[in-house]
Design a protein around this ligand. Sequence first.
Ligand code: PMV
Length: 331
Amino acid sequence: MGIEAGVQKASAPAKCILFGEHAVVYGEPAVAVALEQRLQVQLTPSKSWSVGGSQLQSERHPHIVALKDALLDDSIPPMSIHITSDIPRASGLGSSAALSAAVGHAFATLAEHKNISNEALSTLAHQAEAQAQGGLASPLDTSTSTEGGVVVLSDKKETFCAWLYTRRLAVPTGERVWEVHSLELKRNDDIYLVLGNTGVHAPTSAQVALVASALEESPERIQEIKAIGTISRRGLDALQRGDYTAVGHAMSENHVLLRNLGVSSPELEDLIKAALPTSLGVKLTGAGGGGCMVALTRRPKETAEAIELAGGRTFVSRIGNAGARTDDVNI
Ligand code: PMV
């Protein structure tokens, strides 16, 4: 085993939303956890900048180019970037945020920005994500992938978890402001998340637009959004107490409200129904319409088997894993 000169490695986790998707767009709290599934990047000195053997281009690699412009100057020699990942793409598990978080860490190490904070790195990752998505992205994915553990986002400082920082983003209509918090977990050795992927891709922007037009048509439905916020707070309280039976109940209640909002799908409902008998709670996770569902369970093998039998692809993870980090370069 040796150390290859000039090689940098970094990795970052996938995320899964436990509570509050869609309602977070209207200022209610949302809770996301870092999963065991990770994306790794390796930088190796090279004659020119490349990603997976192709030339680095802003149209194809907008996140990487934005981070390179922000963190590296001309004194840094070109690198070949190699990405490996066990996070499915476009499934609501934050694969592009993990890419931004891991590349940010690798570039910061390369440029010897020794004192750069997680807050600064997650801000850069968020800006790269927003730029790549045409201006708007919530910081939930990038903050969770950068910080790891359990991250809570809200439009105000919440008293039930530790406040980390305020995140601002300039958007065409002005400025969006989010308060980012982290939550310490009690020991949860026998608790697992099983993610079930429908394999159906539904763009987040279309799902968000669906909720927006439902609210435009019937403004009183904002009560359903507020009800999701109430459940998020209840779920967070249960997480804090380590009461996973109550966490599961809150997840299932959250799902009923999401389904009523119109953001579930027949494929998601099939996987959710299959997982219910062996789970503490089950819901869709992320924007819905396809993508993934998540089950909280003490019987991960049985839950995963039931989801697979119903046609889903599964991943098992514990709750709250390490955030983005520079990894060993021993090879
Ligand atoms: O599917 P994802 O991971 O992109 O999550 C979307 C979460 C929403 O609340 C629906 C949108 C948002 O910007 O928070």
